[in-house]
Write a protein that binds this ligand. Structure first.
Ligand SMILES: C[S@@+](CC[C@H](N)C(=O)[O-])C[C@H]1O[C@@H](n2cnc3c(N)ncnc32)[C@H](O)[C@@H]1O
Length: 331
């Protein structure tokens, strides 16, 4: 095994694409970085361990901060832990920083704790809130959302072609008794769209993913963080984003392409677009996403679907911030 992961062999979460993240971020002594997704601290610890720099580490999950208490003191005042969402990153720093890294999604710890309700592999309360207790839970959505909206949500965020049948079955089931556990929901889905072969993924996979994305407004959070990155990064600052889902990767790709001016030339027959009016705020570092290498995939299969994109902040002023209101996949 590459020594990159040696410090994490006993960690409940193996950091994904750590070599590539460090290469893209290129930590320099004296600089300050934001890790928007602290998790088990894989990126944060590696960045702080690489050079004498500072890291502001954000996580919306209080348990990530609780776990960090074991190792954070070793870094003294070089590490600042912030309990917030990365969509609110502008509230978390008082001056421009040299890098902003995001590792989108849930951690292995969150998935493996039955009581958090993220997984159909364990029976637990149907919750899925990363910041426990605030906002709608998955059970709230499943028990209250109108059938068509539920089908649209499962289709849009889960890429689930059987979304209408699943939504119908959920509405029928909740008419009998409220759906309050992951086991209940998984059974309803499995009974509605049985596995075709034993090699198929669990039929509940896509619906659970869709609910998690909706409960945590994951796409809205990503859009807010990207828009904020223009404001918090100093000239030369690096934006590094690792995603695991095609919807997320598309958001990052489109943002970086647009903000770097990498868009098709507007036709002279069309009105001048807003894109043409704003100077590029980023320089794209890779047109195609970077993927995990085979040696990493063999020790951490989760890394197979990871995509890393990176862009460097120019000196151009930030573009007007779009109004990214909370989305719920009800389109
Ligand atoms: C994939 S894990 C990060 C793992 C981390 N890179 C490591 O190596 O240990 C994602 C973490 O980001 C947090 N998270 C997800 N969305 C967030 C958001 N919008 N704001 C802040 N934290 C978020 C989750 O609670 C989770 O702890």
């Amino acid at each position: 095994m590459d020594s990159t992961w040696a410090p994490f062999v006993d960690s409940p979460h193996i950091p994904v694409m750590l070599r590539e993240v460090l290469a893209a971020l290129g930590p320099v002594a004296g600089e300050t970085y934001i890790d928007g997704t602290l998790g088990a601290g894989g990126y944060t610890r590696a960045i702080l361990g690489a050079v004498d720099c500072r890291v502001v580490a954000i996580d919306r999950d209080e348990t990530a901060h609780g776990r960090a208490k074991d190792w954070a003191p070793a870094f003294g005042d070089r590490l600042i832990l912030v309990h917030n969402t990365f969509g609110n990153v502008r509230e978390c720093v008082s001056k421009p920083v040299d890098g902003f890294v995001l590792d989108i999604g849930v951690s292995s710890m969150q998935i493996d704790q039955a009581e958090r309700g993220f997984s159909f592999r364990f029976d637990g309360p149907l919750d899925m809130r990363m910041d426990q207790g605030s906002g709608e839970s998955a059970a709230d959505i499943v028990n209250n959302m109108e059938e068509t909206d539920l089908a649209n949500l499962i289709y849009t965020y889960g890429d689930e072609r059987q979304s209408r049948r699943i939504a119908r079955a959920i509405v029928d089931a909740r008419g009998q008794t409220p759906i309050i556990s992951t086991g209940q929901l998984a059974s309803i889905i499995r009974a509605t769209v049985p596995r075709k072969s034993k090699d198929d993924i669990d039929p509940a996979t896509r619906t659970f993913q869709a609910l998690r994305i909706a409960v945590n407004d994951e796409l809205g959070e990503l859009e807010r963080a990207l828009a904020a990155s223009e404001h918090i990064l100093a000239e030369g600052g690096r934006l590094v984003v690792v995603t695991f889902h095609s919807l997320e990767d598309r958001i990052v790709k489109n943002f970086m392409k647009e903000r770097s001016g990498d868009v098709p030339s507007p036709s002279r027959h069309l009105p001048v677009m807003a894109v043409a009016e704003n100077a590029p705020t980023f320089i794209l570092q890779n047109r195609k996403p970077v993927e995990a290498q085979d040696d990493e995939v063999s020790i951490n299969p989760r890394s197979r679907s990871a995509r890393l994109r990176c862009a460097i902040r120019t000196a151009a002023p930030a573009w007007p911030v779009p109004d990214v209101t909370k989305r719920k996949g009800r389109s």
